[in-house]
Design a protein around this ligand. Structure first.
Ligand code: UDX
Length: 445
């Protein structure tokens, strides 16, 4: 089938490439000329395992094409995906300007019936807004084409986006139009082989499903972080508690890892947007408010531990930081807990020596002006001359450090671990102090 995808960000590019890979003829459209030129040249703008090969192969096979020409995009296919960004507005609501701009473009160039499929994470009611904009555009042109706006949210995780998209847990299709349902079933048939993953529903429920899924996951994380804080104060060990509750299948082991709070492009933005949506319909979302408050507080926990250790005086200290990306296997630093830590350390007068396996370029871009940040080439260079080490992202490479070398190198023999990477006896065995999340603190010997 022919498919057009507007937006070549995480969602659009991955979805476009994955659809091309099963044989669909995909045209990806973006207003960013530099990005499209790069993609045509086989350069992938984001770090996502497996994506390079998928894009390059399918481009070579002629199934995946890129353009900045919106008219060409609308003409290419009856199926048009919206996968443009919905950044947070100042008040926390999702900014729909890009989604609605594409809707106007579609109305401008439509030359027959279309199914507009929304993949962007958008508030409940957006399909209605997109419908209104397209209807208005068509009325201005005085043309009678029919169209349907479908909600088909994406659930991919960064770092595993290609696999998630190729093997989705579920395919949510929100429409009340049988013709749209039939087309989408045909489009997704290659991903729906072994058992039926398609869940049909009305448009609004599909829109809300996406937010509910992310908010539920964020709730699990904030809940665990809350219990971790409690465990610390009670002298309990959150890792034991985690295993203890995870064994109950009703709770499960997923997404109950305590840490430095959730970050990234989805959870913080989506929880905020859902709170905003609730308030718009005059409903106070007590649980969501608490999820967000806990996350804000949790992002400060590492800094607070470091500051307490140094009695509030961090002036002139050099802190090694391992991990800058908001999670492993991505270079994404949007809403990364590392940024809250770095900025608090700098505000307190400390210097930072940081290393991340892939987010160095991104860190350079964000913090190019900072003289109190040194970005180094490897984990050991970060600890050279540092007073203590903090770990913010659980990259595999940080999991088996040479503790005796760390004990010799770190002036204050302290590790502050925001991801509970080590069995506490390991650093302790080398005389290192170890502060982690929700476990008893160990001082250096
Ligand atoms: C998330 C959802 O998982 C995905 O389904 C949705 O489509 C987009 O948002 P992503 O933002 O890529 O994906 O990352 P994810 O792996 O879900 O992690 C989100 C954040 O939660 C990270 O900051 C991670 O460190 C944190 N997290 C996750 C925890 O702190 N503890 C956990 O147990 C799990």
């Amino acid at each position: 089938m022919k498919v057009t995808v507007f937006g070549t960000g995480y969602v659009g590019l991955v979805q476009g490439a994955v659809l091309a890979d099963v044989g669909h003829q995909v045209l990806c459209v973006d207003v960013d000329e530099k990005k499209i030129a790069a993609l045509k040249a086989g350069q992938i703008p984001i770090h996502e395992p497996g994506l390079d090969a998928l894009v390059i192969n399918n481009q070579q096979l002629g199934r995946l094409q890129f353009t900045t020409n919106a008219a060409e995009g609308v003409a290419h296919s009856e199926l048009i995906f919206l996968a443009v960004g919905t950044p947070p507005d100042e008040d926390g609501s999702a900014d729909l300007q890009y989604v609605l701009a594409v809707a106007r473009t579609i109305a401008q160039h439509m030359d027959g019936p279309r199914i507009v499929i929304n993949k962007s994470t958008v508030p409940v009611g957006t399909a209605d807004k997109v419908t209104a904009v397209i209807a208005e555009g068509l009325a201005q042109r005085n043309v009678p084409y029919t169209f349907d706006v479908v909600s088909n949210p994406e659930f991919l995780k960064e770092g595993a986006a290609v696999g998630d998209c190729q093997r989705p847990d579920r395919i949510i299709i929100g429409t009340s139009n049988p013709a749209s349902e039939a087309k989408l079933r045909e489009l997704y048939a290659p991903f729906n082989r072994n058992h039926d993953k398609i869940v049909m529903m009305d448009v609004k429920s599909a829109e809300l499903t996406k937010y509910a899924a992310n908010a539920m996951l964020a709730t699990k994380i904030s809940f665990m972080n809350e219990i971790a804080n409690l465990a610390e104060r009670l002298g309990a060990n959150i890792e034991a508690v985690r295993r203890g509750i995870g064994s109950d299948p009703r709770i499960g082991y997923h997404f109950i890892y305590p840490g430095v709070g959730y970050g990234g492009s989805c959870f913080p933005k989506d929880v905020k947007a859902l709170i905003h949506t609730a308030k718009e319909v005059e409903f106070e979302p007590l649980v969501l408010n608490a999820v967000e408050d806990r996350n804000h507080a949790q992002r400060n926990v590492l800094f607070e531990r470091i500051s307490t250790f140094y009695n509030g005086d961090l002036k002139g200290k050099t802190i090694a930081v391992w991990g800058l990306a908001f999670k492993p296997n991505t270079d994404d630093m949007r809403e990364a807990p590392s940024r809250v830590l770095l900025e608090s350390l700098w505000a307190a007068g400390a210097k930072v020596q940081a290393y991340d396996p892939v987010a160095m370029k991104e860190a350079h871009r964000i913090y190019s002006e900072r003289a109190d940040l040194q970005l180094v080439d490897n984990p050991l260079a970060a600890v050279q001359g540092a007073d203590c080490l903090t770990i913010v992202t659980e990259w595999q490479i940080f999991r088996t450090p040479d503790f005796s070398l760390l004990a010799q190198t770190l002036a204050d023999k302290m590790i502050f671990d925001g991801r509970n990477l080590f069995e506490p006896s390991l650093p302790a065995g080398h005389g290192l102090g170890y502060v982690s999340i929700g476990r008893p603190m160990q001082l250096p010997r």
